[in-house]
Design a binder for this molecule. Structure first.
Ligand SMILES: [Zn+2]
Length: 227
C-alpha cells in the first residue's frame, strides 16, 4: 500500500483548512503561481504567521529545490515569506493544525516561466520537487491535503486566479501540477527515497539509489561525482 494518500480539499479557504484538520492530514499544500510585471521571476513560499519550524524548513527546502530545478532566484533571502505578503496568504494557512505551505514557484506573467507552467515537462518537474519535499519532511507517510488556489471556492466559484502568458489560467495549471504530484506520491513504493539524478534540461538521463546519509562529492577537474 502506498505510504501517502492525497486528498483535495475544496470550498472557501477556511473550510479547506478545517477539512484537512478533520482528515488529520500530516501536511497541507496550496498551489498558486505568482503574477506581476513580465520581468518579475522568483520563487516564493508563504507560511502562516503562526507557522512551525517544520513549515519554515520545508518551505525553504522546496524554494531552494525549485530555484535549482529551473534556475530561478529566491525571494530574498531564502524564498520563505512568514505571514504572507503584507498578510496576504496568511488566512489560507493559519487555521491548519499541520505544517502548511502556499506555493508560488513561478510567475504566470513572465513569458519564460509561463512556458514552463504550460508544458507537461515543466509541470512534471514542479510535481517532482513537491513530491520529493513531502517524502523528505514527512517520511512516515499519511494523508496529504492539497488545495488548488482560487478554484472550487464556494463564495467565488468562477475564480481561476491570474491569466498565464500564452494562454490558460493559473488555477488550472496548479491543479495539473498537484495531480501529477498525487500520482507520484500514491503510485511510488516507499523505498528509493534518495536518488542521485542526472538530467539534461527536462530529460532524466539516470537515477541512482543512494543511502539517505550519503555525502556526495563532485570533482570538477575530472568531472566525477563520488557517492
Ligand atoms: Zn493565486
Amino acid at each position: 500500500m502506498a505510504k501517502y494518500t492525497v486528498k483535495f480539499v475544496k470550498g472557501d479557504y477556511t473550510a479547506r483548512q478545517e477539512a484537512a484538520n478533520a482528515l488529520k492530514a500530516v501536511a497541507y499544500v496550496e498551489h498558486h503561481f505568482n503574477s506581476g510585471p513580465s520581468t518579475a521571476g522568483y520563487v516564493s513560499v508563504v507560511v502562516g504567521s503562526n507557522a512551525s519550524q517544520t513549515s519554515k524548513n520545508w518551505g525553504r527546502w522546496y524554494a531552494q529545490a525549485i530555484g535549482n530545478a529551473f534556475g530561478v532566484k529566491l525571494y530574498q533571502p531564502d524564498g520563505v515569506v512568514v505571514g504572507g505578503f503584507g498578510g496576504r496568504g496568511d488566512g489560507n494557512l493559519k487555521y491548519t493544525r499541520m505544517p502548511a505551505l502556499l506555493l508560488e514557484p513561478l510567475f504566470c506573467s513572465n513569458p519564460l516561466h509561463a512556458g514552463w507552467i504550460r508544458s507537461a515537462q515543466g509541470q512534471q518537474r514542479l510535481a517532482e520537487v513537491l513530491a520529493d519535499s513531502i517524502r523528505r519532511f514527512f517520511p512516515d507517510g499519511g494523508t496529504i491535503a492539497f488545495s488548488v488556489g482560487h478554484k472550487y471556492k464556494t463564495s467565488s466559484p468562477k475564480d481561476r486566479g491570474a491569466e498565464v502568458f500564452g494562454g490558460g489560467m493559473e488555477a488550472d495549471y496548479a491543479e495539473l501540477v498537484l495531480k501529477a504530484a498525487q500520482a507520484l506520491l500514491e503510485g511510488e513504493p516507499a523505498a528509493a527515497l534518495d536518488q542521485v539524478k542526472i538530467r539534461r534540461g527536462d530529460a532524466l538521463l539516470q537515477a541512482i539509489d543512494v543511502d539517505p546519509d550519503t555525502e556526495l562529492r563532485w570533482d570538477p577537474v575530472t568531472k566525477t561525482l563520488y557517492l
